[in-house]
Design a protein around this ligand. Structure first.
Ligand SMILES: O=C(O)c1ccccc1N[C@@H]1O[C@H](COP(=O)(O)O)[C@@H](O)[C@H]1O
Length: 207
């Protein structure tokens, strides 16, 4: 299981996608089973791993369902949720939030300020191509130098097109405290690859 490889290589967080257009989409029952296995594996190894439910413009019904059934450590909002909507979600759920921002310019990075008081972590991902079916998980990179000077009020994630070969350069260039990856550790859409996962984590931990 990909999650086990990630845990064995000291990943701090694991993401479970709930978005039907994604090749990584996991219905709640499947996510529940995989998250249980991941929690058991981490506790056997005395590793602490945080489990993240990734959603896109979720309605309240879905959020309540995820909160109740999956009990994730974080919910990652990867759509066009406004700061007002994020404030509503924060008031509704007792789950720390990660807000993804799509970046193609410095203004996009500046837009993070409005979310910072509302979330545990910001995540900066590339703006997907206009015709993309997914808002993330498409392997698109952005100009990491756009993160220059961004401090943030909490540790933040760099994402978008990262892989085992470029992640060290990305961390150094963007001065990123944390990174997130999806397609860059896959051998095909939705097919996580154990050796890519372990090479990615070795590259990150080796810095
Ligand atoms: O991975 C997905 O399928 C996905 C679907 C919907 C929203 C977000 C998704 N993934 C997130 O996208 C970024 C970057 O992915 P990649 O490494 O460029 O493939 C990452 O934060 C994932 O959590």
């Amino acid at each position: 299981m990909a999650a086990q490889t990630a845990i064995d290589n000291d990943a701090d967080l694991l993401g479970f996608i709930y978005f039907s257009k994604s090749p990584r989409h996991l219905p709640i029952d499947s996510a529940h089973a995989l998250m249980q296995q991941a929690r058991q594996h981490a506790s056997m190894r005395a590793n602490k791993v945080n489990l993240v439910s990734v959603v896109v413009n979720p309605d309240n019904e879905l959020l309540d369902h995820i909160g109740r059934e999956l009990k994730p450590d974080f919910i990652q909002l990867h759509g066009h949720e406004t700061p007002e909507r994020v404030a509503d979600i924060r008031a509704r759920l007792n789950v720390p939030l990660i807000k993804a921002i799509s970046v193609s310019s410095k203004d996009d990075v500046t837009a993070a300020r409005a979310y910072e008081p509302l979330v545990a972590h910001m995540l900066f991902d590339a703006k997907p191509p206009k015709d993309a079916a997914l808002p993330g998980g498409v392997g698109a990179k952005f100009d990491w130098t756009l993160m220059e000077g961004y401090k943030g009020s909490a540790p933040w994630f760099l994402a978008g097109g990262l892989d085992p070969w470029n992640v060290a350069d990305a961390i150094i260039t963007a001065k990123a405290p944390m990174v997130d990856v999806s397609s860059g550790v896959e051998r095909g859409p939705g097919l996580k690859d154990a050796s890519l996962i372990s090479n990615f984590l070795k590259a990150v931990k080796g810095i």
